[in-house]
Write a protein that binds this ligand. Structure first.
Ligand SMILES: Nc1ncnc2c1ncn2[C@@H]1O[C@H](COP(=O)(O)OP(=O)(O)O)[C@@H](O)[C@H]1O
Ligand SMILES: [Mg+2]
Length: 247
């Protein structure tokens, strides 16, 4: 099932058109990787999908269907909740681990302590942090290592029970071990979530994604099974990019 359908999407900022007539569908419970050179519009695409682009001073036209309904017909809060986002640089709030994780659920109206505690524990476990921090939830989030902070941010995104996770180069500030950790986690997540990951790490796209989209100058050049993109792309520009000739 295609959880998102993107039709003729144009997006950009003030005088700059970034995405140019992009159409693609995103399959539920799969990992879709977005690749392409710096500045081609990958982050713009992600922020369009959860309507954050407006907060960044951008605009879009075209159609985005979430479960076959126009994304603009839902409450914006609901879309932000169902389509969560994690950024390149870990962005924990300067509070305790516990406060980081209850922040969004409280915003969305959950008051019951037991429910909140359960959400915190469950989601810290999902990202492998609960045991690592010896169950001490009072530790300031900023005291965690970079890899732990990024996993905390992923756990935080999960506390509001999203269906789709948008990850914008989530491992680019991490070392190999932490990256491997997150990749393993994402592979497990795909049974419960739909994942769209922007990555400049082609090996990462190859390792974890089911589908790969290659964007160049705001145009979707090719979109297919990851295997196909990396072994037998149709477009010569895709071939050049995945072979590392430019980028
Ligand atoms: N908030 C913004 N305001 C104006 N221009 C922006 C903004 N964000 C990105 N851009 C521009 O849009 C283009 C695409 O950027 P981006 O989507 O971040 O690309 P990528 O993530 O592929 O590197 C770039 O030229 C960038 O400078
Ligand atoms: Mg980017």
């Amino acid at each position: 099932m295609d959880i998102l359908k993107i039709n003729n999407l144009f997006a950009g900022y003030d005088n700059k058109r970034v995405l140019n007539n992009l159409s693609m569908n995103i399959e539920k419970n799969k990992i879709t990787a977005i690749i392409g050179p710096s500045g081609c519009g990958k982050s713009t695409l992600l922020t369009t999908l959860n309507l954050m682009i407006e907060e960044n001073g951008g605009k879009f036209t075209g159609e985005i269907l979430y479960k076959d309904k126009d994304i603009l017909s839902y409450e914006k809060d609901y879309i932000r909740r169902m389509i969560g986002m994690v950024f390149q640089k870990p962005t924990p709030f300067p509070f305790s681990i516990y406060k980081n994780l209850v922040y969004a659920p409280i915003y969305y109206g959950i008051k019951d302590k037991k429910t909140l505690n359960k959400l915190v524990k469950e989601n810290l476990k999902k990202v492998g942090l609960f045991d690592e921090i010896n169950e001490d939830l009072s530790v300031p989030a900023t005291k965690l290592s970079g890899g732990q902070q990024q996993r905390l941010c992923i756990a935080r995104a999960l506390t509001v029970e999203p269906e789709i996770l948008l990850l914008d180069e989530p491992c680019s500030a991490l070392d190999i071990k932490n990256t491997a950790n997150i990749e393993k986690m994402l592979l497990e997540f795909s049974k419960d979530y739909t994942i769209i990951i922007v990555t400049h790490n082609l090996a990462q796209a190859k390792r974890i994604s089911d589908y790969t989209a290659f964007i160049l100058d705001g145009e979707l050049i090719e979109y297919a099974e990851t295997e196909k993109i990396f072994t037998n792309p149709k477009d010569s520009r895709t071939k050049e990019y995945v072979e590392g000739i430019y980028g």
